[in-house]
Design a protein around this ligand. Structure first.
Ligand SMILES: *[C@@H]1O[C@H](CO)[C@@H](O)[C@H](O)[C@H]1NC(C)=O
Ligand SMILES: *[C@@H]1O[C@H](CO)[C@@H](O)[C@H](O)[C@H]1NC(C)=O
Ligand SMILES: *[C@@H]1O[C@H](CO)[C@@H](O)[C@H](O)[C@H]1NC(C)=O
Length: 455
């Protein structure tokens, strides 16, 4: 142990660079060749002939002593000041893979003018590269070459917001050290590789905003460390695979804007997702009832399931989601009464049940309704109504009609004459500007101030 610690510290660069010999000639030449092809900011060789030496380095370059006690280039960052910016003619510098100790590469907002493509070294060498982040490069076109699997030490691969197309290469599944994989916001097509689950160290997987099709591969259940999974905005079909129940650390699951048809059968395995805090799965053609199992996820904070043709009632079990802050179920085909327990969710501040077919009396207290204010939306449920009880006198921010009372006449609108309502409406500037309001034979709308202003 006593021997191991100093060696370890030396490798991490805790021993001052000055104590190590300068960078090797061939490595220095490679570095300058990369700099001249990428950036026209400076005459790099004149500016800093020994770029790894203390005091003569530049932002975006990091050197550390290797096991041979020589300094080596370990990190390169390009794109945004103070780091070197990229020139109009810069293209992807495959020479970086000749820097044998390079651990980390970041090109942000760099390739913007000249079309360029990714290229990786053909052979599986002992590459040190752990992080490759090429983000927001509008001129980075082409496919992800299968040789990406040469980069065997990769832990972080970020290729988001480029112009990449073609398939995700199957070979990516062999990069088993990977912790973070982000290919979002490209035009990737084809299926998610069936063997993707081999990436069993993966903590974060983002394939959102591409054109991936086919089903979600069941092997995803082998990614036992996964905490964030985002497959939103693709063209995925089928149901969520049963194996998802193995992802017990999953905190964030986003599957919106696909063509997914539902949940695992049976859905009971969903109860294993005990870490889940965010389930965001809007705009899918589900055409089935909401699974009551979702109400058993104790950490759930956001449940967004809008615009997905859910039918049937809102499960009573949702009243058990004590940490829920957002529930979005708008624009479905939900029917039946609202479970009274929703009105006892102490953390909720955004509840949207608009545009469904819910019916009955709104079971919320005026305190609850006023607490949520404009973040409560029950509009577009024609058969829903608000209790005529006096406790709702102060409640105006909700566009739900007052329930027809058994004693009210069918030929007049008695609520119009109710003093509190009348006075609050006539004090509204919208009314003074002549906007008409609706009259119904036995009920009237209590209208939001801000809703009227929108008209
Ligand atoms: C609702 O979902 C459908 C597909 O299921 C989609 O075409 C539509 O754009 C979505 N609407 C909204 C408002 O998101
Ligand atoms: C709910 O949230 C509170 C405060 O954010 C937190 O302390 C608590 O652990 C959460 N409960 C669960 C079951 O996650
Ligand atoms: C509820 O969802 C509808 C879409 O159906 C949207 O227009 C409205 O702004 C949402 N309301 C709130 C309070 O978020």
């Amino acid at each position: 142990m006593l021997l191991v610690v100093p060696l370890f510290l030396a490798f991490l660069g805790f021993i001052t660079p000055g104590a190590s010999s300068s960078i090797d000639q061939s490595e220095r030449d490679t570095l300058f060749s990369v700099m001249y092809s990428m950036s026209s900011d400076k005459d790099w060789r004149a500016y800093s002939p020994d770029p790894c030496d203390e005091g003569s380095s530049w932002p975006g370059l990091e050197c550390k002593p290797g096991p041979d006690d020589h300094l080596h280039v370990t990190k390169l960052v390009f794109g945004t000041p103070p780091n070197p910016t990229c020139s109009r003619s810069s293209s992807f510098p495959a020479e970086i893979f000749q820097l044998p100790f390079l651990q980390s590469v970041h090109f942000l907002n760099c390739f913007k003018w000249k079309k360029t493509a990714l290229s990786f070294p053909p052979h599986s060498q002992n590459f040190a590269l752990q992080q490759l982040s090429l983000r927001a490069n509008p001129a980075l076109f082409g496919t992800i070459p299968p040789q990406v699997s040469s980069l065997r030490s990769l832990q972080v691969l970020t290729l988001s917001q480029n112009r990449l197309y073609g398939k995700i290469p199957e070979s990516i599944s062999s990069l088993t050290s990977m912790i973070h994989l982000d290919l979002s916001y490209n035009s990737l097509t084809g299926r998610i590789p069936a063997q993707m689950g081999s990436l069993s160290s993966l903590v974060h997987l983002d394939l959102s905003y591409n054109s991936l099709f086919g089903t979600i591969p069941p092997s995803i259940g082998q990614m036992g460390m996964l905490q964030k999974l985002d497959l939103s905005s693709n063209s995925l079909i089928g149901s969520i695979p049963q194996s998802i129940e193995s992802l017990k650390w999953l905190t964030f699951l986003a599957l919106s804007n696909n063509r997914l048809s539902g949940y695992p059968h049976p859905a009971s395995g969903l109860t294993n997702l005990q870490s889940l805090q965010y389930l965001i799965m809007e705009s899918n053609p589900i055409y089935a009832p909401l699974p009551p199992e979702l109400g058993t996820l104790p950490k759930l904070q956001e449940l967004r399931l809008a615009n997905s043709s859910y039918s049937g009632a809102i499960p009573e079990s949702f009243s058990g989601l004590k940490n829920l802050t957002t529930l979005s179920l708008e624009n479905n085909r939900l029917s039946g009464a609202i479970p009274p327990g929703l009105g006892r969710l102490g953390s909720i501040y955004h509840l949207n049940l608009s545009r469904n077919m819910l019916d009955g009396v709104v079971p919320f207290s005026s305190v609850f309704i006023m607490r949520l204010g404009r973040n409560l939306d029950l509009s577009g449920n024609p058969k829903l109504c608000l209790s005529e009880s006096d406790s709702f006198k102060g409640v105006e921010d909700i566009s739900v009609p007052i329930c027809a009372s058994a004693t009210s006449s069918s030929s007049s609108s008695p609520l119009m004459q109710r003093q509190p309502l009348q006075s609050s409406l006539s004090s509204s500037s919208s009314l003074e500007s002549g906007v008409p309001y609706w009259q119904f034979s036995s009920m009237t709308f209590i209208v939001l101030h801000h809703f009227l202003r929108l008209l």
